[in-house]
Design a protein around this ligand. Structure first.
Ligand SMILES: [Zn+2]
Length: 410
């Protein structure tokens, strides 16, 4: 069993110890010390980083793990023989951040219980933010804000946070917020004065003021309830700073105040929707005019119209195909567009003997694209940059040739 120094002092960053065991696990060096201030990943809190110094040599600690038998494994960049005296130094900035996030979680979980009787069923500490999962059917924005306010009031009150060890039977009588599932021996209790009492093995603040602040972010439905994302302390400041910079950048684009950004976005979306509608109307008119011109130029029955539009997109040739084949006289339109993804559209005036879908499948097999459709209308796309104008025009003419000679008057 490793003596866990962090149980008694969350702000102990330097310590002396002796290597009692050295191991090789999955290609990584690991050492067990007789005592340690390094916190191992457990209870939702992430492990510490830092250094072990032995005989003037510094060895980085890359991961710390908790074993079921009570040993703490320190994964190290190099091997250290058993019996070596070492000096350990924990990365203090990282630990302080973890202490703030983890202690903030106690306060926030207690606030959700006190206000809405929503128990916390799990806690996750991430690189950027933390989450708790609340056992509840739903959480309104107003409820989240109330919990955030209460948690921050408790932080502002700077309530003492005490740690003590209590036998399991005694702990059961104390009305803890959470009892660990399996436990032997004494329970380690974390007591936030007159606010929260729970069992926990993590590292905590001395008083709630050290948490600094809690900022709640998104809440989303998950299988077991509602997941609430939050950040505490310096993370809350850096996150709020990033939010502000993002909002300021958006406001600058609109030449507006940051609080007017949502209204500006609403306006822009409405304008862009209106412009889209106007553009579609113009495209329809252009397709109508193009159809009239093509119909006036073409001869034969059925009239087979082949045309490649290098500067138009798929929507335009589709509209044009619809216009060309909407009349009574038998028309076959074999069209291609070059803007964006090169697209082929085949259409015929309904009631003719040809099958555009099959024709498209054959064309795509030859040209190396994907497509299909019904007997009267089919569409196919070629890989971007496929072929060139000459290739596509030649392909359209080759497809058109047998149709022109197989008409009723051929
Ligand atoms: Zn804790």
């Amino acid at each position: 069993m490793t003596d866990r120094l962090y149980y008694h002092d969350s702000f102990l960053y330097d310590f002396d110890a002796r290597v009692v065991e050295t191991l090789m696990l999955e290609g990584k060096h690991a050492v067990v010390l007789d005592r340690t201030a390094f916190y191992p990943t457990s209870g939702g809190q992430v492990h510490d980083l830092g250094m072990l110094t032995a005989e003037g040599q510094q060895i980085a600690i890359t991961e710390v793990a908790d074993e079921e038998d009570g040993r703490i494994l320190h994964f190290a960049a190099a091997s250290l023989p058993a019996g070596t005296q070492v000096h350990g130094s924990v990365d203090a900035a990282r630990r302080r951040d973890h202490v703030q996030q983890h202690s903030g979680q106690h306060v926030l979980s207690a606030a959700f219980i006190r206000l809405f009787n929503m128990p916390t069923v799990s806690f996750h500490m991430g690189e950027e933010s933390c989450t708790i999962d609340l056992e509840t059917a739903g959480l309104s924005a107003a409820q989240a804000q109330k919990a955030e306010l209460l948690a921050n009031e408790v932080i502002a009150e700077d309530r003492p946070v005490c740690t003590r060890f209590v036998p399991l039977d005694e702990a059961r009588q104390l009305g803890l917020r959470k009892l660990p599932p399996k436990q032997t021996g004494d329970l380690r209790l974390i007591d936030i004065s007159d606010f929260d009492l729970t069992a926990c093995g993590g590292t905590h603040v001395r008083a709630t003021g050290q948490i600094g602040s809690i900022l709640l972010r998104k809440a989303e439905k998950v299988k077991q309830g509602v997941r609430v994302e939050f950040v505490c302390g310096l993370r809350a400041v850096s996150t709020a700073r990033r939010d502000f910079m993002t909002l300021t950048e958006a406001a600058t684009l609109f030449s507006s105040h940051i609080y007017d950004v949502p209204e500006q976005i609403r306006k822009s979306l409405a304008e862009s929707k209106g412009a889209g509608k106007a553009q579609h109307k113009l495209l329809e008119e252009l397709a109508e005019l193009s159809a009239e011109r093509l119909l006036a130029q073409s001869v034969g029955s059925p009239q087979v119209i082949t045309q490649f539009f290098p500067d138009r997109d798929a929507l335009f040739v589709k509209l044009l195909a619809q216009k060309l084949t909407a009349g009574k006289s038998p028309i076959i339109a074999l069209l291609a567009s070059g803007a964006g993804q090169p697209t082929l559209v085949f259409a015929q005036t309904p009631g003719q003997k040809f099958n555009m879908g099959q024709l498209m499948k054959d064309a795509m097999a030859q040209l190396g694209g994907r497509g299909g459709g019904s007997a009267d209308m089919a569409q196919g796309g070629l890989p971007a940059g496929a072929g060139n104008i000459a290739d596509l025009e030649r392909a359209l003419h080759l497809i058109a040739a047998p149709l022109q000679t197989s008409g009723p008057h051929s």
